[in-house]
Write a new protein. Structure first.
Length: 365
């Protein structure tokens, strides 16, 4: 096992639920968006197609086992499931519920509370509210009480013995310090150790320590500076008004950036193209390629080994299966297992921190 634990964000959106049937049409899943995407400019790779796992349904335990087997074989330590919890109501909960109830697959996991409202803008519509997230002390207590049974699962990922909990948008909490204090109090009262609380750290946010969190987590593309390329594309879709950016510049920025003075876990993205969700105004990173991803990840691994104590060596990968935003490690029709092989190679290759930046230009596509 590697001394650096790679944790990949995991989306449970790949199965139908009654709410999505009403909002988006009968049988809707994330695959509905994926298959309808079309290229917006010359050289734009769309639509993306899965390879050996196919257009899976996450209600199938065999699919979940196959995902875990692939992830384990290529060096992924565990999955971080997005946890859609709204005032006591969960959505898209079935995959994780069945993983916990069945004890399978035998693969580490943790959760990230996706604490945003759900609106129609998620799929290119307006700001019409679908499900509201109401923040209160009572709801904060209920959330952690809901998570306590997960903490007792032997597969649950821990940091220094504490169950790891991520919050996606801590800035949406009206009183972050109250929330973090409440989370710890409820866990203690339930007989559990205090959770290790980490917040996804977006540019401009306060220090996690100021809000009672233990650490921040880098989350590209939202934590990067990039080179815009929109002016240089040749449009195929005259209605395209989105943005095109350079993946290599995002990777180089991440490698060279100054790090904050609070505990900070590095993040890497496999790619990014949310055309399936926002056909005419999506954000697209070009020059995403397994070789460039490997260089970025290798540099983050080297930095993590150098700067983080052994019990805190984690890197978060965006993502295992974010197909709707072109951000996934799972095998696809373009590169096969290329991103998985690049993950394994990055883990196996020890190098100086700066060495991960070499060769990006030759690896562009």
């Amino acid at each position: 096992m590697s001394d650096v634990k790679l944790i990949a964000f995991y989306l449970p959106q790949f199965h139908p639920i009654p709410e999505n049937d009403v909002w988006w049409g009968k049988g809707f899943t994330e695959w509905t968006n994926v298959v309808r995407a079309r290229p917006n400019f010359v050289g734009h790779y769309q639509p993306h197609r899965p390879a050996e796992l196919g257009f899976y349904d996450l209600r199938d335990s065999g699919t979940r086992a196959a995902q875990a087997d692939l992830a384990r074989a290529y060096g992924i330590h565990g999955f971080c499931y997005y946890y859609y919890w709204f005032n006591g109501r969960r959505l898209l909960e079935r995959p994780l519920t069945e993983v916990v109830a069945s004890g399978e697959p035998e693969f580490p996991f943790c959760v990230c509370w996706a604490n945003e409202n759900w609106t129609r803008r998620w799929d290119g519509g307006d700001d019409g509210l679908l499900v509201a997230q109401t923040c209160s002390s009572e709801n904060e207590r209920a959330l952690i009480a809901d998570l306590v049974p997960l903490f007792r699962d032997t597969r649950y990922i821990r940091v220094r013995g504490q169950p790891l909990v991520l919050v996606y948008r801590a800035n949406l909490l009206p009183e972050p310090r109250r929330a973090t204090d409440t989370f710890r109090e409820v866990a203690r009262a339930a007989g559990e150790g205090e959770p290790y609380l980490a917040m996804v750290h977006f540019p401009g946010m306060a220090s996690p320590l100021d809000w009672g969190f233990d650490a921040g987590i880098e989350f590209p593309p939202h934590s990067t500076e990039v080179q815009p390329l929109t002016a240089h594309i040749e449009k195929l879709n005259p209605d395209f008004v989105g943005e095109v950016w350079d993946y290599v510049s995002a990777a180089q920025y991440a490698i060279d950036r100054s790090l904050p003075d609070f505990p900070f876990y590095r993040g890497v993205m496999a790619g990014w193209d949310n055309t399936p969700r926002l056909q005419n105004n999506g954000h697209v990173f070009v020059n995403a390629h397994p070789d460039n991803y490997r260089r970025w990840l290798a540099a983050m691994i080297a930095q993590t080994r150098e700067k983080r104590p052994a019990e805190e060596r984690m890197i978060f990968i965006n993502a295992w299966n974010e197909w709707g935003e072109g951000c996934y490690l799972e095998p696809d029709a373009q590169f096969g297992r290329g991103y998985l092989e690049a993950t394994r190679a990055a883990l196996d290759h020890r190098e100086r921190v700066v060495a991960g930046a070499r060769g990006f230009a030759d690896g562009r596509t």
